[in-house]
Design a protein around this ligand. Structure first.
Ligand SMILES: [Zn+2]
Length: 227
């Protein structure tokens, strides 16, 4: 089997950036997923761009409402609804039936801060697909060097799920060259996500999630347990 690559673009769409990303993808017949932050989607020009991406065949996913709090670090019982459900409502018709949700990784870290039991339960109850990643080349802090790091990841894995960002900063100026290098190596670029990066698919857990969960103890919970 040839190596595979799944592309995901987080934190956009951004007017002035995403148009060119869509063009580079279209020129090469590549389909990807755009994970959008609910709060950002309300800003001028964003929804139209996300619709344009969807109309081109790309998938649109939920990337939290505020992109600012990790479930595993919070005691707020309302956080899963505030970050997941509220953003899904903002997405509305843009969302896929598979309800793609990508948590905020605070720099791409796959660790116990990512989720709480409550957040996992919400995703299962409401049929979400939790989409993680296995390559974060930190394009936001290195607009030119990210492509080499991404390529190294692609060479070292059977199926890479790459996270880059269609935001200002110049990284996406190198997307076309990067895609040409990937294609020249015979890598197959697909839209689907591998099970290894989707621990919950349409509400059903496909793997062990314990390493991704912290439940911050609260005074309330302690009291309850003692009663
Ligand atoms: Zn993000």
């Amino acid at each position: 089997m040839s190596r595979r690559l799944t592309l995901s673009f987080d934190n956009g769409p951004t007017p002035g950036v995403t148009e060119a990303v869509l063009e580079e993808l279209a020129q090469r017949g590549i389909l990807a997923t755009f994970f959008v932050v609910g709060h950002d989607l309300k800003r001028e020009g964003r929804r139209e761009l996300a619709q344009k991406a969807k109309d081109a065949g790309h998938w649109i996913g939920n990337h939290t409402m505020t992109h600012s709090v990790q479930f595993g670090t919070s005691v707020d019982p309302g956080l899963p609804d505030a970050e997941i459900t509220a953003a899904q409502e903002v997405l509305g018709d843009l969302a896929e039936e598979t309800r793609l949700f990508r948590p905020w990784g605070n720099g791409g870290v796959l660790g116990p801060d990512l989720f709480s039991t409550a957040a996992i339960e919400l995703m299962k109850r409401d049929g979400y697909s939790c989409v993680l990643w296995n390559s974060v080349p930190r394009d936001w802090e290195d607009a030119t060097g990210w492509a080499d790091r991404a390529l190294a990841d692609i060479r070292s894995q059977d199926w890479t799920v790459l996270v880059v960002h269609d935001i200002p900063g110049g990284a996406m100026d190198h997307l076309g060259d990067f895609l040409d290098r990937v294609l020249a190596e015979g890598v197959e670029i697909v839209q689907e996500f591998p099970d290894s990066c989707v621990p919950i698919r349409s509400g059903s857990a496909t793997g062990d999630l314990h390493h991704l969960i912290t439940d911050v103890p609260t005074d309330k919970r302690d009291k309850k347990e003692n009663e």
